[in-house]
Design a protein around this ligand. Sequence first.
Ligand code: SF4
Length: 439
Amino acid sequence: MTTPTPTHIARPRQVDAEAAKDDSQLRQKTMIANHFDKLSTANEDGRKVAYTFVPGNLTELMLALDMLPVLPEINALQSGMRKLSGNYITEAEKLGHSEDVCTYVKCDIGMMKSGNIGPTGTKLPNPDILLLSYTGCFTFMKWFELLKEEYKCPVAMLHVPYQGDGHITKEMRTYVIDQLEREVIPALEKAAGKKLDLDRLSELLERSKKAEDDLVAVWESAQNTPSPIDGYFGGVYYIGPIFSAFRGTQDACDYYAMLRREVEQRVKEGKGPVTPDGDAPEEKYRLVVEGPPNWTNFFDFWRMFSREGATVVSSTYTRVGGLYDTGFRHDPKDPIGTLADYCLGCYTNLNLPMRTKLLASYIEKYKADGFLINSVKSCNSFSAGQLLMLRELERKTGVPGGFIESDLVDPRYFGKANIENRVQSYLQMLEARKARASA
Ligand code: SF4
């Protein structure tokens, strides 16, 4: 995906003027620019490169082996924000990829066929290995099959068993650890040309834990009224470093400490979130959102909410690269076991009742007035079962749900007027409900 992530997101140059930037955003932008600089000279510098996915990413493992991660999902969403995805998708469709294929995949294939120029305008290096951490979405496998054909490089696959019964058994955990030890780590070592140093891995995981603590504090700040953050539109920026190439680095620790301080300051000042138009107007509605955002019209989409005083207090998409607010932290004392736990617990690896339960817990914890599902046409992993989830959530929480449809990065599937009408009708319904409750 899914992911997050959401680098996830260096703000693209042409939309810079659209949103106010605080220090943490500027810092993130610099971090990402530096990362892409390193990628642009990776071949000359002898750095090895691993392509991988956001859900179930094994960033600390790659960094412990001095590899540079590339996340094709993030490149795709960046292309969406930079209005390049439409042409890339057309390119992929000309090559025979059907209209129904996940548009992150088609965007990535189209970008690759058009020279593989990354989000900062420099060419991305070819992968030395494809690290396929399979957490719940079948598309991940097909996507890397296509890339393997193109790049003729090895694939290290970690098969993560789906939480079909709603829990992780001892056998599932052992199965994942065994694969890491016997297959994935040796394959990465071979590609990296060096042996894994477990102490170094633990040091990285110690820093991951620290950054995860700060990120959770940021998520939980949304319990305040007004919420100082938007946990969806703003949230996709917050997950940038931790869902991409930076989990385990000092840069990520510094970024999340800074972000947390900024958010705590907003709480002290009684401020709502920053929006594309500056500080949010008075908070009128608190929402929980399920599903990925649309990236091609991201700021239009955000403004449909922010201009109406609707703040998203929590969302599931911002959890695709790690579900830390239910308690998981990377454990430096058990470096391989903790990677297995992380992958098994990814949002994309949860069954529908678990996803529904998580959403219900967000509605309750963050005192949401409603919840909205953005059903994304081409993401089966998220959209399968969403109508059922909607009904079940309404039944469980008594809070009304709304349903809109768009796409990740295919501009043909963002009907602005239609979506805006639906959002407005939904917010009017919440307004009427509030009025009735206080009458
Ligand atoms: S189908 Fe959804 S989860 Fe799977 S790769 Fe595409 S966007 Fe990600």
